[in-house]
Design a protein around this ligand. Structure first.
Ligand code: ADP
Length: 419
C-alpha cells in the first residue's frame, strides 16, 4: 500500500520512539535504518526512516533528509513528517531548520509547524518556550548534554538563525480555541509570509487540535507525540497487519552510552539489582580499545543480561572531553559499544537494550540491521523492535537518554518475557 505518512527521524531512538507511538494506532509500522536502496515493494501504512543526522554538518543532514524524502515520495507517501527530539536537540549550527526548509522546498509547500511537545513525557511548549517537566529547557539537565547542550529555552530564538524564512508562533490561547481557529491563524501567518510556525502545546488535547488543523499540510515537524493524534486521524488502524513477535533466546546485553540524568538513574537502579556491570572509561578506551571489555563479556552469563556502560556524571564527561575533545570522546565510546554489540551477538545475545540516541545508531549500524518491525511499547516512546543481524533475529530496545523510568532496563527485559 502507499504510506499514509512518511517520516524522517534525525536519530535512531527518535525513530523508534515515533514508530512506537504510530504503532499504538494498531497499524503496521516499518522502520528503515538509513535510506533504503531501491524502491519499496512492501510499504507499510506508516513508514519511518531513521537517519543519524542530529549532530551532522548541515550539508550532510540536508542531503540525507532529501534522499529519505525522495524514497518516501517514490513509495507514494501522502504526508511527510520531520521528527527531531522533544527537547529540540540541535547544535548552534542546528539542522532542524535547514532540513525543514529543504523538505518544504521538495514538497512545494510554503509553511510548516514545529511541535516538539510531548506532554506524556513532560515536554511542553508555552509561548514558544520549551519546558522539561517544570523546568525551562535551558535550566533542565539538557543544559549539560555531551553533544547538544541546550542553553536557550525559546524555540523561536533557537530556530530563527537556522532558517531563511520567517518564524512565527501559534500560541496556546490560539490552540485552545480549537482547530478551526488555529487553521485560520496559520493561514493568516502564511499570508504574511511566516513559513516556520512554532506551535504551543501543553497537553494532549492541544496536539489533537494541531494535528486536525494541519491535516492538509504536506509537511509537519516535531517530536513524536504529535504522531498519536495524527495516526488516529489518518485512520490506519489495522491490528491484524501487525506481525507476531518472534521467539528469542533470553541471552541479552544492556549497552548504555547516554549520560542523561534519567539514564544515570537507570544504570544505578540496574546495578542495585546486582546485575553484572562493567563501566567504560573513554580515555582508557582511546588508548586500549574495547578488547578487555569484550573479554569481560565473554566471561559473563548472558542470561543475566550484563550491563556495559560509559554513562557518567557531568564532571566525568567534562574531564573525558577535556582529555580527548568532545567529538573524539563521543566517537570512542560509540565505537566501543558498537563493537561490543557485535561481540555480544557473536556470543549468542539476541536481546539488546541500548541507552542513548547516538549510541543506538552506532549499535544498530554495527549489527547491520536494515529494517525493524515495531512491537510492544515498554515505556512511552520506547517499543521493542525486531530485525535481522548476521542472519539471526534480534530484539532491540533503543532508548533515548531521558526516556523510561528508573527501572527501564529490567522492565524492558521483562516485557519481552511476557507472551
Ligand atoms: P542521549 O540519548 O542521552 O543524548 P547519546 O548516545 O545520543 O545519548 O549521546 C551521548 C554521547 O555521549 C555519545 O556520543 C556518547 O558516546 C558520549 N559519551 C558517553 N559516555 C561518555 C563519557 N563518559 N564521556 C564523554 N562522552 C561520553
Amino acid at each position: 500500500m502507499t504510506p499514509l505518512l512518511g517520516a524522517i527521524a534525525d536519530d535512531f531512538t527518535g525513530a523508534t520512539d515515533l514508530a512506537g507511538l504510530l504503532a499504538r494506532s494498531g497499524a503496521r509500522v516499518s522502520l528503515r535504518i538509513g535510506v533504503p536502496e531501491g524502491p519499496s515493494a512492501d510499504a507499510a501504512p506508516f513508514e519511518v526512516i531513521a537517519l543519524k543526522i542530529r549532530t551532522a554538518p548541515v550539508d550532510k543532514a540536508v542531503a540525507e533528509a532529501r534522499a529519505a524524502l525522495g524514497w518516501l515520495q517514490a513509495a507514494g507517501a501522502r504526508q511527510a513528517f520531520w521528527k527531531y527530539c522533544s527537547t529540540f536537540d540541535s547544535t548552534p549550527r542546528g539542522n532542524i531548520g535547514p532540513v525543514a526548509e529543504a523538505l518544504m522546498q521538495m514538497l512545494g509547500t510554503g509553511q510548516t509547524i514545529y511541535c516538539p511537545a510531548f506532554p506524556e513525557n513532560g515536554r511542553s511548549v508555552y509561548m514558544g518556550n520549551l519546558f522539561v517537566g517544570q523546568q525551562p529547557l535551558a535550566e533542565s539537565p539538557m543544559k549539560d548534554h555531551p553533544l547538544t547542550p541546550m542553553r536557550d529555552s525559546n524555540l523561536m530564538r533557537l530556530l530563527a538563525p537556522q532558517v531563511a524564512g520567517r518564524v512565527g508562533l501559534a500560541d496556546r490561547p490560539t490552540v485552545a480555541r480549537g482547530s478551526a481557529a488555529l487553521a485560520g491563524a496559520l493561514a493568516k501567518m502564511a499570508d504574511e509570509g511566516v513559513a516556520h510556525v512554532i506551535a504551543d502545546a501543553v497537553e494532549d488535547a492541544d496536539l489533537e487540535v494541531i494535528a486536525e488543523a494541519c491535516r492538509n499540510f504536506a509537511l509537519l515537524t516535531g517530536g513524536s507525540a504529535l504522531a498519536l493524534p495524527l495516526a488516529r486521524q489518518l485512520g490506519a488502524a489495522r491490528a491484524a497487519d501487525r506481525p507476531a513477535p518472534p521467539r528469542l533466546s533470553n541471552a541479552a546485553v544492556v549497552l548504555s552510552g547516554s549520560c542523561s540524568a534519567m539514564t544515570r538513574a537507570q544504570v544505578a537502579a540496574y546495578r542495585k539489582l546486582g546485575r553484572p556491570a562493567l563501566s567504560l572509561d573513554p580515555v582508557t578506551l582511546d588508548r586500549e580499545g574495547p578488547e578487555s571489555a569484550a573479554k569481560w563479556l565473554a566471561g559473563q552469563d548472558l542470561a543475566a543480561a550484563p550491563l556495559i556502560y560509559a554513562t557518567a556524571e557531568p564532571e566525568a564527561v567534562a574531564a573525558a572531553q577535556k582529555a580527548l575533545g568532545r567529538d573524539r570522546a563521543g566517537a570512542v565510546v560509540e565505537a566501543a559499544l558498537a563493537s561490543l554489540a557485535q561481540t555480544a551477538r557473536d556470543l549468542g545475545a539476541r536481546r539488546f537494550v541500548v541507552a542513548g540516541g547516538e549510541t543506538s545508531g552506532a549499535v544498530t549500524g554495527a549489527l547491520g540491521v536494515a529494517r525493524l518491525d515495531i512491537g510492544a511499547e515498554i515505556a512511552p516512546g520506547v517499543p521493542w523492535c525486531f530485525g535481522t543481524s548476521a542472519g539471526e533475529t534480534v530484539a532491540l530496545a533503543l532508548k533515548s537518554g531521558n526516556f523510561g523510568g528508573e527501572a527501564f532496563f529490567s522492565e524492558a527485559l521483562a516485557a519481552l518475557e511476557a507472551p
